[in-house]
Design a protein around this ligand. Structure first.
Ligand SMILES: Cc1cc2nc3c(=O)[nH]c(=O)nc-3n(C[C@H](O)[C@H](O)[C@H](O)COP(=O)(O)O)c2cc1C
Length: 346
């Protein structure tokens, strides 16, 4: 008689991963429209960019980092970075610094100027910031983190949030410790970039490590780093178990991406990009808003990187980008955009 092996039940190697179901996030009296948040980016997430991202569906937009010392000194640039358009909804201002007293004073100044949320930067890896013991350097000084958070939370009535990394370096992956301190001192939401400071922007964001932080606290946690597509957003949420996503670089020139991600997470449906006509109108408005904020010379300069983003993958975009640096007037820039986009549409 043949020795027939028993029929084995076929099981998938890994259990299917559930579609992320996200909770409603509240910051004080504010409820986020959705849990897809624009990451703060220096010289990028300014007033015009925040407005456009919000209009196209972001749940929350955060200002670029503002030096607390600049706020305390009354520096023009600090005030300019903190200005906001009421149409952006919740106004979250990110502060950077290492001096608890100045951080608290800067938070108070911004609260009085209309900030709805104060976000603390404890993740910036750049030398200029780290050398001042600010940004990600603070991960090396947990007691200073405690002091800063305590002073800021005590100084303002608005909610305080905090953005950091998973650690200082491979040997000091203390994101959990920092998160617990932040929560204990009254921080209401965390955003975690899944890299250490030592990695800067190299390697790959470790969404799985962020799960340890998420599991260690009760406040909402946003997963951040290398989320470039709708599928990345789902994968990052599945890997981290987080309550929402924060997206930075992938939004440049695509202020509609956050809205697409939010819609996908809610419905599983992939919305198309806006038509080229809509994109053209959006860029023209972006140019106007930038010139209104910075004046013509500086506004045009600011717009170069945005236009580089908008025109990526557009026929004729490369040729336009090569001419960008020579453009000095708003009319010149706008007519180049008109020509490019109208040329494609018809
Ligand atoms: C040009 C640039 C400027 C940035 N400026 C800030 C900042 O001001 N504050 C901050 O917390 N993070 C800043 N970041 C980090 C981003 O918020 C984000 O954590 C990082 O880019 C990873 O997310 P992403 O892969 O979605 O871009 C900056 C990143 C870039 C590329």
């Amino acid at each position: 008689m043949l020795n027939v092996p028993p029929v084995m039940e076929k099981r998938p190697l890994t259990a299917p991963v559930a579609w992320p179901v996200l909770p409603q996030i509240k910051l004080g009296s504010h409820v986020l429209d959705n849990n897809v948040v624009l990451a703060p980016m220096t010289e990028i997430t300014d007033r015009p960019t925040r407005l456009l991202n919000k209009r196209y569906g972001a749940g929350l937009v955060v200002s670029e980092m503002i030096a607390a010392e600049g706020v305390v000194r009354n520096a023009v640039v600090a005030a300019q970075k903190a200005t906001f358009d009421a149409r952006q909804g919740i106004h979250s201002v990110q502060l950077a610094g290492a001096n608890p007293e100045n951080m608290a004073a800067a938070a108070r100044t911004n609260e009085l100027a209309g900030a709805d949320v104060i976000d603390l930067n404890m993740g910036c890896p750049v030398k200029k910031v780290v050398n001042c013991m600010a940004g990600s350097y603070l991960m090396k000084e947990p007691e200073l983190v405690r002091d800063i958070v305590r002073r800021v939370v005590g100084a303002v009535k608005v909610p305080v949030t905090l953005k950091t990394r998973i650690g200082w370096n491979e040997e000091m992956k203390n994101g959990v410790e920092i998160a617990k301190i932040a929560e204990a001192e009254g921080v209401q939401m965390l955003a975690i970039h899944g890299r250490t400071r030592a990695q800067m922007y190299t390697g790959k964001a470790d969404w799985h490590f962020i799960r340890r932080i998420k599991d260690a606290v009760k406040i909402p946690v946003l997963v951040n780093g290398d989320i470039n597509t709708l599928d990345d957003a789902v994968a990052a949420l599945q890997a981290s178990g987080c309550d929402g996503v924060m997206i930075g670089r992938a939004t440049q020139g695509r202020p509609w991406l956050l809205g697409q991600v939010a819609h996908y997470l809610k419905t599983g449906e992939r919305l198309p990009d806006p038509s080229l006509d809509e994109q053209r109108a959006m860029i023209l408005e972006h140019i106007d808003l930038a010139v209104e904020l910075y004046g013509e010379y500086s506004g045009i300069h600011h717009m170069r990187k945005h236009i580089a983003g908008y025109t990526r993958g557009i026929v004729g975009g490369r040729e336009l980008r090569m001419k960008l640096n020579a453009m000095v007037t708003k009319d010149e820039m706008k007519s180049a955009i008109e020509t490019l986009y109208l040329g494609i549409s018809f």
